[in-house]
Design a protein around this ligand. Sequence first.
Ligand code: HEM
Length: 536
Amino acid sequence: SGRPLTGYNAQNESLDRVRVDASGQVLTTNQGVAVADNQNSLRASLRGPTLLEDFILREKITHFDHERIPERVVHARGSAAHGFFECYQDLSDLTRASIFSEPGKRTPVFVRFSTVAGERGSADTVRDVRGFAVKFYTDAGNWDLVGNNIPVFFIQDAMKFPDLVHALKPEPHHAMPQASSAHDTFWDFVSLMPESTHMLMWIMSDRAIPRSYRMMQGFGVHTFRLVNAQQESVFCKFHWSPLAGTHSLMWDEAVKIAGADPDYHRRDLWESIEAGIYPEYELSLQIFTEEQAQQWSFDILDPTKLVPEELVPLRPVGRMVLNRNPDNFFAETEQVAFCTAHIVPGIDFTNDPLLQGRIHSYVDTQLTRLGGPNFHEIPINAPVSGVYNNQRDGMHRQAIPRGRVSYEPNSLAGGCPFQAGGAGFTSYPEHLAMADKLRGKPERFADHFTQARLFWQSQSQIEQHHIVSAYRFELSRVQTQAVRERVVSLLANVSMDLAQGVANGLGIRVPRAQQVVKPLEIAPEVSESPALSLFA
Ligand code: HEM
């Protein structure tokens, strides 16, 4: 009917329109014709050739031949669940986002957890980042918070993302899947990208082998903006904390489980929900101003940095409960299309150069993965608040817009929506000084080691031991000696204990400083951070 649905069950209700229960029904073709015999093809006599006219056989085989779609270029392996988000308080002083408008308000969500590097059928318990992507079906359109379980990222600029992914995916010549990130190309790349040092500390820690999807944190990673009805804005970092606590596997457990039950996390999520043990996460915000951010030594537009909680404490604002498994893996978990560009009035981007690239990437890849420009109509992707615009046609169009007008301005009656003005999404009118067009990075992007060191120091002795062991294991699988040495020399900027521990395990000396720590793309005016000169 196109009628907007409301309430926290709205998404579930909207899926009712397309749910099919075939039990007790006669088997039909796709044209609805009852099939008399689903066992035998139509043949010219019992021992003769099959007839081309057997449209029933041909339709069945043809559909089967086209069952597969491309897997996601990253985050191919994932598991998802439905649920709701419940807001604790009215946040309208900070944001006009409608999901935060009143205490107790519930918004339907669909959440997909994933690994990053592995293929669709790969094991769950590998050492990797985990995706934590949440689609909020709000009454003002879909908002996707496409996050990870680690609060920082490998690279500072979207320009490097294809390089990063090419380095961590199977090598192009033999395409051998990697059970973990350990192979020459990945370590070669990150050893030449000192900005990845902080993220690598998290990846080599127990955080990268979560015990369960129910027991891991989630982070929006980038700094976002919240904007209220008066067009006042604050910066915001998003954090999810699992009610069950944050827990990891031991490396030995992870390896054994990967062999014995590669679906371990998928099974755990599914079975918990079936058993009524609903995964629950609290959403907290770190809210800060431009003036605060200017005082800090790091840049809030740099996604390799977090905002320490000592500087900005977490403010809990709501909880999310996952209480329903998908009816169908392909229709929902596989076809869901998350996108950082999906924001709603009250939430806005910042100029984080990684985020800016992501805004382009997701829809672009989904045009291929989901076959054309109408994948927003796939039921799992459709907003419950309704879609009305002048876009038309294209492959697989489902909607049947009525009327003759699909353009604006127009003077002919019929079928055309009107723009919302101030009630709609408006970008925060950030003041931008006139500037030169350039490629480069601000100076405060240049310190790659201070937060990596803080992370190392925050770890208990046993956790530090796990980090050293993980580096030893991963680097022991790297065949190129120079790559191993470059990684260890970067670690010396974090902690000599760490570097020495890893070097001992590899039977090498902590190498002298190398000038690899000066990436080509840093603008000439950027000074080296003090940490870089540790070896001087
Ligand atoms: C998935 C691109 C950085 C989280 C994807 C996909 C692409 C992509 C193309 C596949 C989407 C699909 O086929 O539906 C990029 C680019 C990045 C980037 C270009 C940097 C420039 C990040 C970061 C995070 C992240 C920093 C976390 C904050 C995710 C998640 C998914 C994903 C969670 C899986 C979504 C799902 O479950 O379907 N990314 N990504 N990505 N990305 Fe990124």
